[in-house]
Structures are given as structure tokens and as C-alpha cells.
Ligand binder design. Structure first.
Ligand SMILES: [Zn+2]
Length: 269
């Protein structure tokens, strides 16, 4: 999936089609009617939002859903598959299986985004540039939040993080968790989801090649400094320290793998 289309720098043109998907088609510029499966998927989403099924619940049986949504079995299955691809429904196989309502996982947004980034020809430099634009804003917002017990409980563990007592995988997860905690505190769900998606791609495709053991002192010290600024309620300091942290991580990554910045973002499923 990392082969170039024409040359390494090329990609598909980016088309923004505000009147719907078909508007990008100049031969048939009318908006197309949604398919039965899409209408059904959207009705299932409405039912989830109304709370008739909750996260972790199994959706009604196939006969019940066929009756409720008045569609063919084929359209219902396509609707569930659509929601499964988006990570909204988890279809478990085997006895006791079936479609379950999944929690919102930004990893799925990351998955779809990575396909778009990949096809557009976007590089890891562009990804890191976006990460550097988002993270300091989030750190600043977290620092602006009033002091609270929750905030203290969230960030205190990072103040004196004992790197020696964790194995590599735990280090990796804890270092990533620091960023997703800050994103979760933005107070803006769009910003939270978009940042978590970008951070997910950075963690999965970039930071995997930064050795968490070798860099643990650098990472844990910068996290401690950012955490302290957030707890002290110092927004500009938190922004500045996070900016420096992201630049330092980026520099470490590019020193290790100098051509990485020019490489195309991978599509990971
Ligand atoms: Zn970090």
C-alpha cells in the first residue's frame, strides 16, 4: 500500500464537492438519491442517538430490523457493513454474535483519513506539521481549564513518571495516552476527534520508529513539564512547551530516518 501512484510526490487531485458526492462528476452534476442501505444506516444511527440501543448493546435481530426499517435483507446487511467500516457497529461472529453498538473510536476516523492522506500524496512532513499545529493549541486549552480534582488526577502521574518501572509497550502506551488525555480535555468535540485521529496516525506510523526506551528520558521530561504548566494553569507556557516537545520528537524521528519526511503517508486498516 505504500507504492507511489506515478512518482513519490504525486497523488490524486483533491476535489471539494459541496453539493454532494456526485457533484464532483461534471457529466452528471445533480446530487444522487441516497441508496436504501445509506438511508437504513442513517436510521440505525438515529436509533442509537435516541438511546433505544446503547454502547455495548446488541442491535435488534435481523427479522426485527427488517420489519422496522422496511428494506431488503441485502440493503440491511449493506447498511450494517457501512456502519462496521466506520467503526460504529461491531459485528461479532459466531454463537451469541451479531451487530453491537461500538463506542466512538477516533482510530476509525484516523483510518479513513489515512486513506485520503495516502491517495492525495501527502507526506509525513505534512502530517507532523499538522500535529505541530494542533497539539500546542490543545495544551493551551487544557491549561486554561479551572483547577479540579479530575485534572489533578489526570496529570499528576506524568509529573514524576518512573520510566525504569515500565516495559517498552507500557512506555509507548503511556506516552501516547498523555496526548489523547490533553485532546479529550479540549472542550470541543470536533477538535478532540480530529486531533486524536491525527495523533493516532502519528503514533502508529511515525512514533513506532522512535524507540520509547532510548528516548524515555526526553519524552517523560517534556511530558512532565507540559503537565506541570497545565496543572499550574499557565496556558502560554503549556503552548510553548508543547511546541518544543513536538519539534523535538519530530527532529528525533527525522534524525533516525532522514528520508521519512518526504515519504507518502501510508493507508493503514
Ligand atoms: Zn509526547
Amino acid at each position: 500500500m505504500s507504492e507511489p501512484l506515478d512518482s513519490e510526490a504525486d497523488g490524486l487531485p483533491i476535489v471539494y464537492a459541496p453539493r454532494g458526492f456526485a457533484a464532483a462528476d461534471t457529466q452528471h452534476p445533480r446530487q444522487r438519491a441516497p441508496k436504501a442501505a445509506e438511508v437504513t444506516a442513517s436510521r440505525i444511527v438515529d436509533d442509537i442517538l435516541k438511546g433505544s440501543v446503547r454502547v455495548g448493546d446488541k442491535l435488534p435481530t435481523e427479522p426485527e430490523m427488517l420489519e422496522r426499517y422496511e428494506v431488503s435483507r441485502e440493503s440491511l446487511r449493506e447498511a450494517l457493513r457501512l456502519l462496521e467500516i466506520q467503526g460504529i457497529v461491531d459485528i461479532k461472529r459466531g454463537p451469541g454474535g451479531g451487530p453491537f453498538v461500538a463506542p466512538l473510536n477516533s482510530g476509525y476516523l484516523a483510518r479513513t483519513s489515512s486513506l485520503y492522506f495516502h491517495l492525495s500524496g501527502a507526506t509525513y512532513s505534512e502530517l507532523l506539521d499538522t500535529w505541530a499545529a494542533l497539539e500546542p493549541t490543545l495544551a493551551e486549552r487544557a491549561a486554561k481549564l479551572p483547577a479540579s480534582r479530575t485534572k489533578r488526577e489526570m496529570f499528576t502521574p506524568f509529573l514524576a513518571y518512573d520510566t525504569e518501572s515500565h516495559v517498552e509497550l507500557e512506555l509507548f502506551d503511556d506516552f501516547n495516552n498523555f496526548h489523547s488525555l490533553i485532546a479529550a480535555l479540549s472542550g470541543n468535540r470536533v477538535l478532540t476527534l480530529v486531533t486524536q485521529a491525527v495523533t493516532h496516525i502519528v503514533a502508529e506510523q511515525v512514533l513506532q520508529s522512535v524507540d520509547p526506551v532510548a528516548e524515555r528520558e526526553m519524552l517523560s521530561h517534556s511530558h512532565a513539564d507540559v503537565a506541570q504548566a497545565i496543572l499550574d494553569g499557565r496556558p502560554s507556557k503549556a503552548r510553548k512547551l508543547m511546541t518544543e516537545h513536538i519539534l523535538e520528537v519530530t527532529r528525533t524521528y527525522l534524525e533516525r530516518d532522514p528520508s521519512a519526511g518526504e515519504r507518502r503517508i501510508d493507508w493503514r486498516l
